[in-house]
Design a protein around this ligand. Structure first.
Ligand code: FEO
Length: 397
């Protein structure tokens, strides 16, 4: 039996030729992939020219090439658009440019050095485009929209106005492998995963995401084809979600993140969580030892206060706690309010260091609690009071 290479038509002469990655469970050695991911690539066939939008991770090059061949011989492709040069999308550039020596790589000015360094593509094979530039394929136009920093400085969108299809690369992406390509086929999980993806990838540069969102809306697309996860054929669904995540108010929610050694810090985390919850404020606890960092990121996106706890180990913040603080630095949550708690065996140190680190990140510390060993009844009361104080701050009391 001949191998089957699935493609999906998005619009007349526009085809999804991406691949599903069902097996990967970690992205960038950081982001868990409970549902795998996908690397989307699209073929736009004009009456005179043919363009390919982005490539796929190098581990999937053969499958991807066979999908393309089922629609157009690589030698017939005139343009390869590099919306983004990160290797999950650029990983097959070298291969297809070797197989089809006449292809021009279309990219932004900032994309050119990336293409050269990562994929060995010299200036003679690139076409640099800027905001508003177009390529006429014959009955189909590619319009380029610079959208820097979603996710790297060189990122851009490509829009086909005749069919109102927007190719947005990482923006509007989702880490979700699915045999069902369209958002409405997948159900609510797609928005849940899109939120985690947004928090992981876009939250650190949320001002740029806001600008990119407005540019995407201005296109008034009927279909959005991102480079990961389902294709949005209900763009309003992801536009309203992005609006909420970028511009919406913070929620009456606290995220309690901790690591514990012998249970003292964990006991404080538990009491503070229940105390916040009892005041009518959503309290979401995470133990850094077993939490999915994407779940933490998703809740950091719209919480009002981060409650962070780690014990002292030989005068330092517990190393897993230090990882949590680095996550805060890297993710840049929208809220700038924290509360801190800690425990120690024979000498403190973690609280002072945590406070200095969150100060340096620009957070306002609205409460602290530090105990020696297992918390006493009096210290449990102090944890309850800290929870009430946090909830009161969120409720504006
Ligand atoms: Fe999916 Fe920034 O690459």
């Amino acid at each position: 039996m001949k191998p089957i290479y699935k493609t999906v038509q998005l619009a007349s002469s526009i085809h999804w030729v991406g691949v599903e990655d069902w097996q990967s469970r970690l992205f960038d050695s950081l982001i868990p992939l409970p549902y795998g991911t996908s690397y989307n690539s699209y073929l736009v066939v004009g009456q005179e020219k043919v363009a390919l939008i982005d490539t796929v991770h190098a581990g999937f090059t053969d499958e991807w090439l066979n999908k393309i061949i089922s629609k157009a011989a690589p030698g017939k492709i005139d343009y390869l658009v590099m919306n983004h040069g990160e290797p999950d999308h650029g990983g097959s550039i070298s291969r297809i440019m070797a197989e089809a020596p006449d292809i021009k790589l279309v990219l932004t000015e900032k994309g050119a050095p990336i293409a050269k360094k990562f994929y060995g593509v010299g200036d003679e094979r690139t076409m640099v485009v800027k905001d508003g530039d177009t390529i006429d394929l014959g009955g189909k136009t590619l319009r380029f929209i610079e959208a820097p920093w979603v996710h790297w400085p060189e990122t851009m969108f490509t829009f086909v106005p005749e069919d109102r299809v927007l190719f947005s690369c990482d923006f509007f992406g989702t880490h979700l492998a699915s045999d069902l390509l369209f958002d409405d086929e997948v159900g609510e999980l797609v928005v849940v995963q899109a939120k985690r993806y947004f928090a992981d990838i876009m939250m650190p540069l949320i001002a740029m995401a806001g600008k990119a969102l407005e540019k995407a809306k201005a296109c008034d697309p009927l279909i959005i084809g991102p480079s990961h996860g389902p294709v949005w054929r209900n763009p309003g669904r992801i536009f309203s979600a992005y609006d909420k995540w970028i511009n919406g108010p913070l929620l009456k929610k606290a995220v309690i993140i901790h690591v514990s050694m012998y249970g003292a810090t964990a006991r404080l985390a538990e009491v503070i969580t229940k105390s916040i919850s009892a005041e009518g404020v959503e309290a979401v606890p995470y133990n850094l030892v077993n939490a999915d960092t994407s779940h933490i990121a998703g809740d950091l996106l719209d919480c009002s206060v981060i409650v962070f706890g780690a014990p002292t180990v030989t005068g330092n913040v517990h190393p897993v706690g230090s990882f949590g603080l680095i996550l805060l630095k890297y993710l840049r949550p929208r809220t700038k309010k924290v509360a801190l708690f800690s425990s120690y065996g024979w000498s403190g140190g973690a609280m002072t260091q945590m406070k200095a680190q969150v100060d340096a990140l620009g957070f306002e510390t609205i409460g602290t609690l530090e105990v020696q060993g297992p918390p006493s009844e009096e210290e449990i009361d102090q944890a309850i009071q800290l929870g009430k104080q946090i909830a009161g701050n969120i409720l504006g009391k």
